[in-house]
Design a binder for this molecule. Structure first.
Ligand code: KG4
Ligand code: ZN
Length: 333
């Protein structure tokens, strides 16, 4: 008999649902909340209200696109955390109510584990063990993936996440939130002519707050001399910022590969959609003899297919939770 899972993801500002049959993604629906753009960042209360409005149509569409009736489902999965608690509660409560009414088992999923396991949503899949650089708006981590459900944190950021570095720089440059994709697009028209400092952080840890400050002071100084500095140099500023963020990420990833001797290398999370990171990883992979894995765009940013894939491994492992399951804002891998 088939194992059919409905998964719900609502950790930040995307309401998402996906249906998976025997490990194959049948549907993957995401409703993004454009409402936050005007505020320059995600407003938690606004996000949870929007989830509340979106969740029924999103789940309905995921089932319809998959051609699955809710009575055919084997389990319901939801994101437990980490994330915004008001957002997580909407997805978790909906999943719990649906599981209760249909008499189905419930599976809770770690959002960051799911970003890594997005690699198992389609072929080619990395061979175990592999290293995964997970870079999102809230996290920057290098994980050693020993097994589908067993991951060791080798290093992470001590302050801002890589996605935050993109988004905060964007704010300084007057770009809309989230600025990551905009900086990426503008960078393709510019050259990395401005040199931003590389943070000196030991081991496999990352730091981006110093870079953020350096960019801020650089822009202020330049504007003093030329009030139109940003407008006249936007593509080059974006290319320079992106180049530095990518070089910081890849340097640590190479260090992790050298330390562990692992040559199966993956990237995950929203920032893995970045064209500079993708190109840089491909070049480094060729040089270092790595097999590299980059998810398709829709599996990079927040989505529910990754939650469904993780839930599928948990289902096979018999990892279910009861109706007392509760989401948590902070959650270690
Ligand atoms: O994984 P994700 O969708 O949500 C979180 O769990 O945070 O990641 C969102 C982050 C944002 O910071 C966004 O600016 C960044 O991913 N991002 C990008 C690109 N696409 C999304 N950053 C750089 N280049 C991109 N193309
Ligand atoms: Zn995410």
């Amino acid at each position: 008999m088939s194992i059919i899972i409905l998964a719900i993801e609502s950790s930040c500002d995307d309401t998402a649902a996906s249906v998976l049959r025997d490990g194959v993604v049948l549907s993957n629906i995401v409703a993004s909340q454009a409402v936050h753009r005007q505020y320059g960042g995600v407003v938690p209360e606004v996000a949870s209200r929007a989830h509340q409005e979106n969740i029924v149509p999103v789940v309905d569409l995921a089932l319809r696109n998959a051609g699955i009736d809710k009575h055919e489902l084997s389990a319901i999965a939801f994101t437990k955390g980490p994330g915004l608690i008001g957002s997580l509660i909407v997805g978790a409560s909906f999943a719990k109510a649906m599981a209760l009414s249909l008499g189905l088992p419930l599976i809770e999923v770690h959002h960051m584990q799911a970003h890594v396991l997005a690699h198992f949503a389609e072929d080619p899949k990395p061979a175990l063990p592999f290293l995964c650089l997970t870079v999102s708006g809230g996290h920057t981590q290098i994980l050693l993936v020993k097994n589908h459900l067993e991951m060791e944190l080798l290093g992470e950021t001590i302050d801002d996440a890589a996605g935050e570095a993109f988004d905060k720089t964007g704010k300084m440059l007057g770009l809309e939130y989230p600025a990551g994709p905009i900086i990426d697009r503008l960078a393709q028209q510019g050259k990395p002519v401005f040199d931003f400092p590389e943070p000196q952080v030991p081991g496999l840890s990352f730091s981006f707050s110093g870079l953020k400050t350096a960019i801020l002071y650089f822009i202020k100084e330049q504007i003093k001399a030329n009030p139109n500095f940003i407008q006249e140099n936007l593509p080059d500023i974006c290319a320079s910022v992106q180049d530095r963020i990518v070089s910081i990420l890849l340097k640590k990833l190479r260090k992790a590969a050298q330390q562990t001797g692992i040559k199966e290398i993956a990237i995950a999370g929203g920032v893995s959609a970045n064209s500079g990171l993708r190109a840089g990883l491909e070049a480094m992979g060729k040089k270092e003899g790595w097999n590299i894995y980059i998810p398709r765009f829709e599996f990079c940013t927040d989505n529910a297919a990754m939650i469904a894939v993780t839930a599928y491994f948990k289902y096979l492992n018999g990892e279910f939770v009861g109706q007392d399951a509760a989401p948590v804002a902070r959650f270690e891998v």
